[in-house]
Design a protein around this ligand. Structure first.
Ligand code: C2E
Ligand code: MG
Ligand code: MG
Length: 751
């Protein structure tokens, strides 16, 4: 900006010289009169000439045709750096070579005089004669002839214009520079009378604005009229603040060009107060449309879901904060709806992700069509959508009724068939809703409450809407407390592993199942059936599972070296999430190698859920481990939806008939039939059957009669501490006490 200030920006070269001539007339009136006289009084004596020109501000001279100085007035003497005329006259021998920086200038000067008899405004760079400093002058001169017309001498006036030339040079350079910089340079003046003028606007400014009227410099209000109405007040405020505080003016705004196209511009200006009280900004303006586009794109990525184009969770949280603040001010109610699609997962699994995505987009469209103007529909994640209903009024009952009817509208909209990829699909939503007013609850609390209500809607038959009430919160809070206690337990090593034996038909121990035990400091033992699902929800499961696997591997590492234990198999429950981890297989194989474990002693128990979470690699992973000797057991068979045929592609070595069938063997004929069929089918597939929860002799007898080779249950023993299990094996196999493994041994291996 500094480069701009101080430059007489209204001047350009041709105008300048015209102005300069005018200047001569005005400022040197006396000289002009005299100059006019020269035409007639060329014959004046040198003495008279000196007398006449003594007080002129401009230098006046006579010079001989061959380039010497004949007379010079005091101004010319001074211009040449001398004190007296005598000094000057004696010093100058040839004006052509000593005075003009370009010696050809003298010849050009003479040629013009010869041709026209006069030179006017003859601008040259010359040397100040005495000091040899380069300066700029302008000359007016005339050839004086005698009565017969013969040339006598030249007579003229000289004015130094170095400052002006330098300024013009700067201006020219500046103009060239402004043509090269992107955008435009400007001076905008806010007059004390409130008018806006632009002493200078580079060509770039006009291009940015898509052309400007000719009188824009005199009246710049048209620039303001082109500013987008939404940006106008911020733009004006930034200018006013800058003028008031004399701080840099910066503003980013849109303009609407005459042809209707829109551009984003950025203006930066330095203000300066003029003596008359007006404020002038020297600055530049640039086109930032592309930058704004990229920023928008980035903002979209960060705040919108790419699949449905709906606001994402982040945007929702932000908007929700605003809505709560607004509801606080207006004391109006709003509602949060948490919508989860029923059976989406199975559609996604069975029809593929592409169809799943198509359904989510179609659901988003229906929600958008059903939402009132001003309300917000967002995609919270997966198949969950959150809707914010605003301005439901100040009366709670009316707000509740309105929220209910709007929620019902969404439910009904989704509960209609969808035509996707040429087929018709049906889904329905479970919607949990919570009413809010002001900031009585935080955003997190509201989401949690709507989520709890949604779970109740799911539990109560799906495809329904449930409003939150305080009773719904209790199980959730208990879950949260348990989850944090479990985190503590993992951290402080308060978990324990017990082994439950598995026996063959003769009652001999052939293996054990590792079962996790957690003794809560206040609540005592907590069943894994209760805390494992909580760990799965909170993501803690990976840590828990990892701990179990490490502990089991350290036991197997020891067992390999103990003769009576080196053929006992250990079944370890592995959750789908753990198994589907990318590095699960390589890490396990690495541990098997480094701990020198016999892989055949390890059996991995998986449930059929491993296939639901599958990313396509379950069979390959299983195959890889199986080739290394690791065994696989399908746990809880019969409780899920998989048929044996579906599981045929997976290399299971055994399947565990779920305890619920075994439990009812005696009382229930159909359970007996199921168990019988499973054993027969498994046998035909070459798979070993293990029956769980065998509690009575009658159950054992039935299973034995049906040919079930391995059993596990309280009839044979509950899960017991590892050391107790090892002592038991040693005792039943007649091994010596020294051969059994102590807990200290295990600690050593673990370490
Ligand atoms: P599961 O893998 O099917 O384990 C068998 C469950 O049946 C165990 O319950 C065991 O104590 C119980 N059980 C054994 N014999 C009988 C019986 O005769 N009658 C009855 N009613 N129950 C019997 P537990 O230990 O409570 O484990 C429950 C579930 O928790 C397990 O079912 C398994 O799914 C999970 N779990 C246990 N330990 C782990 C573990 O280390 N990792 C993972 N991921 N899950 C585990
Ligand atoms: Mg199990
Ligand atoms: Mg089981």
């Amino acid at each position: 900006m500094g480069a701009v200030s101080g430059v007489p920006v209204t001047l350009d070269w041709p105008n300048f010289w015209a102005g300069f001539a005018v200047c001569f007339v005005v400022t040197g009136a006396l000289w002009t009169l005299a100059a006019m006289h020269f035409h007639r009084i060329g014959f004046w004596s040198n003495r008279r000439f000196k007398y006449m020109t003594k007080h002129f501000a401009d230098g006046v001279y006579r010079s001989s045709l061959d380039g010497r100085q004949i007379c010079a007035n005091p101004a010319l003497v001074k211009l040449n750096g001398y004190d007296t005329e005598a000094e000057l006259l004696s010093a100058v021998e040839d004006i052509a070579v000593e005075w003009y920086v370009d010696p050809n200038r003298r010849q050009e000067f003479k040629d013009i005089l010869k041709r026209d008899g006069v030179v006017e405004d003859f601008v040259s760079e010359i040397y100040r004669h005495k000091t040899r400093e380069r300066i700029w002058i302008t000359e007016n001169a005339r050839l004086i002839r005698d009565k017969k017309g013969r040339p006598l001498f030249y007579q003229g006036s000289v004015r130094e214009v170095t400052d002006t030339v330098r300024r013009l040079e700067i201006e020219e350079r500046f103009t060239r520079f402004s043509e090269q910089v992107p955008g435009g340079l400007f001076q905008v003046k806010w007059g004390s009378d409130g008018t806006f003028t632009s002493p200078y606007l580079s060509q770039g400014v006009s291009e940015l604005f898509g052309g400007l009227p000719e009188d824009v410099q005199a009246d710049s209000s048209c620039l303001f009229r082109m500013i987008h109405p939404d940006d106008y007040s911020a733009y004006l405020k930034s200018a006013i603040d800058s003028a008031r505080n004399q701080t840099t003016w910066h503003s980013e705004f849109r303009i609407v060009r005459r042809n209707g196209s829109k551009r984003w511009l950025s203006v930066n200006g330095t203000p300066e107060i003029e003596p008359d009280g007006s404020c002038i900004w020297h600055g530049f303006v640039t086109d930032i449309t592309e930058r704004k586009r990229s920023e928008d794109k980035i903002a979209n990525l960060a705040f919108y879901d790419p699949l449905t184009s709906l606001p994402n969770r982040r945007k929702l949280l932000e908007e929700l904060e605003h809505t709560l603040a607004k509801s606080c001010v207006g004391e109006t109610h709003g509602a949060l709806l948490f919508l989860d699609l029923d059976n989406f997962k199975s559609l996604n699994d069975s029809k593929g992700h592409a169809v799943g995505d198509e359904l989510l987009s179609a659901v988003a469209e229906r929600l958008k069509e059903s939402v009132r103007e001003g309300d917000l529909v967002s995609r919270f994640g997966g198949d969950e959508f959150v809707i914010v209903l605003k301005d439901l009024g100040q009366k709670p009952d009316a707000a509740q009724r309105l929220a209910e009817s709007l929620a019902e509208r969404f439910r009904a909209a989704i509960d209609q068939p969808f035509a996707l990829s040429g087929s018709t699909f049906h889904t329905s939503p479970s919607i949990g809703s919570v009413l809010f007013k002001g900031k009585e609850q935080s955003v997190d609390e509201l989401l949690q409450q709507a989520d709890s209500a949604m779970y109740v809607a799911k539990a109560q038959g799906r495809n329904t809407v449930r409003f939150y009430n305080a009773a719904m919160q209790e199980p959730l809070e208990e879950e949260l407390t348990l989850s944090s206690a479990l985190r503590d337990a993992v951290q402080h090593d308060h978990l324990d592993l017990h082994f439950q034996k598995q026996v063959d038909q003769d009652g001999r121990i052939v293996g054990a199942e590792a079962l996790l035990r957690w003794h809560h400091p206040d609540h005592g033992p907590i069943s894994p059936a209760r805390f494992i699902p909580i760990a799965e929800k909170s993501g803690l499961i990976l840590k828990v599972n990892d701990w179990v696997l490490r502990r089991s591997l350290s036991v197997l590492s020891k067992w390999r070296r103990i003769p009576h234990l080196c053929d006992v198999k250990l079944s370890v429950n592995i959750s789908p999430r753990q198994f589907n981890q990318q590095n699960f297989v390589p890490r396990l194989l690495e541990d098997i190698r480094t701990l020198n474990i016999n892989p055949e002693q390890l059996v991995i128990e998986l449930t059929e859920h491993v296939m639901a979470d599958d990313n396509g690699g379950t069979a390959e992973k299983m195959m890889h481990l199986k080739q290394e000797g690791v065994g696989f057991s399908l746990d809880d068979f019969g409780t899920g939806y998989s048929s044996l045929a579906q599981l045929k592609g997976l290399p299971f070595d055994e399947l565990k008939i779920d305890g619920s069938f075994v439990r009812d063997i005696e009382a229930n004929e159909s359970d007996r039939a199921i168990v019988r069929t499973i054993i027969a089918m498994a046998e035909s597939l070459g798979i070993t059957t293990v029956a769980e929860w065998v509690e009575t002799e009658a159950q054992r007898q039935f299973l034995s009669d049906e040919g079930c080779p391995v059993m596990q249950g309280y009839l044979f023993g509950t899960a017991i501490p590892i050391s107790a299990f090892e002592t038991l094996v040693a005792a039943t196999r007649g091994a010596s006490a020294q051969q059994s493994v102590t807990d200290q041994d295990l600690q050593a291996v673990s370490a």
